[in-house]
Design a protein around this ligand. Structure first.
Ligand SMILES: [Zn+2]
Length: 203
């Protein structure tokens, strides 16, 4: 029943931001389809993130940035009702990590914000940047994983979505480490967990 509840979220399209799509007939669309087909066939995730022979690395990264943007929005969308200014007055990932928002525009200096507001600004920023700065986008998207894992994992467990979130994180982790796209410092809050889920559930 819990699984059905989780699948309902997908069917209703309960996502924090509208899903992004690639135009049919483009190279990126076919690469996206190729990447999805590999994932659906249950292939080893560490192998699935590797650049296919003869493909362009920038296209490969761009396809994954959009895919992770969509998937992380879906994950955050499933728990966003629990992420309030009261429950999460800062964008933190435990006592050692607090993220401050700066965008060089409205927020010139790093500014503490409630997690919900921070994530909303982060997703707006990505929607404006989606075709460039793929590296920075992935580092910032990782912060949503950190917040969800550290502060909302019990909400994820309550809707029986932990296997889905873990698989998505594992795929993200393999991808960004394969191409060295997110710095060690950004990955640190979930580093111990990454070692654990990648070791305990080799697929
Ligand atoms: Zn929260």
């Amino acid at each position: 029943m819990a699984l059905n509840g989780f699948l309902d979220f997908f069917q209703k399209g309960k996502t924090f931001r509208p899903k992004k799509k690639f135009a049919h007939g483009t190279i990126r669309y076919s690469l996206y389809k190729q990447a999805q087909a590999s994932l659906n066939s249950g292939i080893n995730l560490r192998a699935a993130v590797k650049l296919p022979h003869g493909e362009d690395l920038n296209d490969w990264i761009a396809v994954h940035v959009v895919d992770f943007f969509n998937r992380i929005n879906l994950i955050y969308g499933t728990i966003s009702e629990y992420c309030t200014e009261q429950s999460c007055p800062t964008m933190s990932g435990g006592p050692r990590f607090e993220y401050l928002w700066a965008d060089g525009d409205k927020f010139k200096k790093p500014t503490p914000l409630p997690a919900r507001t921070y994530i909303s600004h982060l997703m707006d920023w990505i929607e404006m940047q989606i075709n460039n700065q793929d590296f920075k986008i992935l580092a910032r998207l990782h912060r949503v994983f950190v917040h969800v894992y550290i502060h909302h994992f019990h909400n994820v467990v309550a809707i029986a979505a932990e296997a889905h979130v873990n698989t998505c994180y594992k795929h993200f982790y393999y991808f960004v480490t394969e191409f060295d796209l997110v710095g060690h410092k950004e990955l640190e809050p979930l580093a111990e967990m990454a070692v654990k889920i990648c070791k305990d559930h080799p697929i």
